[in-house]
Write a protein that binds this ligand. Structure first.
Ligand code: NCD
Length: 311
């Protein structure tokens, strides 16, 4: 039986490279469940609690879909402001309540570190579905799964992360994960939104090459993967600060002349104006298939954390 050494999934650092690959392999097998003739009962009787203190479409629905695909069920707080949080209940008390009702908790919270605190008080596994500008490990696993499926490998790819590298939690997790497989990471951001120093230093200490540039056009022809992200409007002190950097980088069809034929453009979504809709029909757009990988990867994560026998 395959299993993980950790009880919770808070950060990519919780997983060995072997465990990452185990999750991706298991996710691949999950496709036959979705398309198979009989509904799965792998997680029958298991309950997932989805607690989202910040907006979500894909992460929340794909976790709930993953649970349903495996025969489990979900309880949820439809609107967190209609829960006891509005009465001033602490996150710790909410978790100590919900862990009586569910076998696994999926948490999204605006504060960095929230998932870790939740895991410290929870009796059941906690999955970090985004903690402020911190981490988003399950997004990264689905990103890796998308890249591996499309490129056929994770090793030796030229990958660039683009956009809000400062507040974007998806790129924080992805930077750590993808460089387990590649030597170099290109980072392209508007001024002031660079990848946090702590992450750059960690990567350099591991012998990785972090190339920070604003010359998107210049490096595009080198790339196998371009990972675009939204400017995280909600994390800016004032709307004026956001306006200064919005729309600085926008990918359109004309820019893609001369790119490698195997280029994959990924985006965790939602997009605002980073990728022109005309890109959607090109062979480079991977952001819609990415969402399907999200369900498969979350099916794999849930079954591993709930320790059911996936063989
Ligand atoms: C991302 C997030 O919430 O961090 N969305 C997602 O989970 N697919 C990216 C974003 O909101 O920009």
């Amino acid at each position: 039986m395959v299993s993980l050494t950790v009880k919770n999934l808070i950060s990519i650092a919780d997983l060995s490279t072997k465990e990452i690959l185990t999750i991706l392999d298991l996710a691949e097998k999950m496709e036959s469940i979705i398309h198979g003739p009989k509904p799965s009962t792998l997680l029958a009787g298991k309950i997932l609690a989805s607690l989202f203190y910040e907006p979500s479409t894909r992460t929340r629905l794909s976790f709930e879909s993953a649970m349903a695909r495996l025969g489990g069920s979900t309880i949820t707080v439809a609107d967190i402001s209609a829960s006891s949080v509005a009465k001033g209940e602490s996150l710790a008390d909410t978790i100590r309540t919900v862990d009586n009702y569910a076998d696994v908790i999926v948490l999204r919270h605006p504060q960095e570190g929230a998932a870790q605190w939740a895991a410290e008080v929870s009796k059941v596994p906690v999955v970090n579905a985004g903690d402020g500008a911190g981490r988003h490990p399950t997004q990264t696993l689905l990103d890796l799964s998308t890249i591996r499926k499309s490129q056929g490998r994770l090793e030796n790819l030229n990958i660039a992360v683009l956009g809000d590298l400062r507040f974007g939690r998806t790129v924080h997790s992805l930077s750590y994960a993808i460089t387990r497989f590649t030597k170099r990471l290109y980072c392209i951001s508007p001024p002031g939104l660079e990848l946090p120093d702590e992450i750059v230093m960690d990567l350099k200490e591991q012998g990785k090459e972090v190339i920070e540039t604003t010359d998107l056009k210049g490096i595009l022809p080198e790339l196998d993967v371009l990972y675009a992200t939204r400017i995280q409007k909600e994390r800016f002190p004032t709307p004026a600060d956001y306006e200064k950097v919005r729309g600085v980088f926008r990918i359109d069809k004309a820019m893609l002349e001369g790119v490698k034929s195997n280029l994959d453009i990924l985006h965790p979504l939602p997009r605002v104006d980073e990728i022109a809709p005309e890109i959607d029909e090109t062979p480079y757009a991977r952001y819609f298939t990415q969402m399907f990988q999200g369900v498969l990867v979350r099916m794999a994560i849930l079954s591993l954390l709930l320790e059911v026998n996936t063989k």
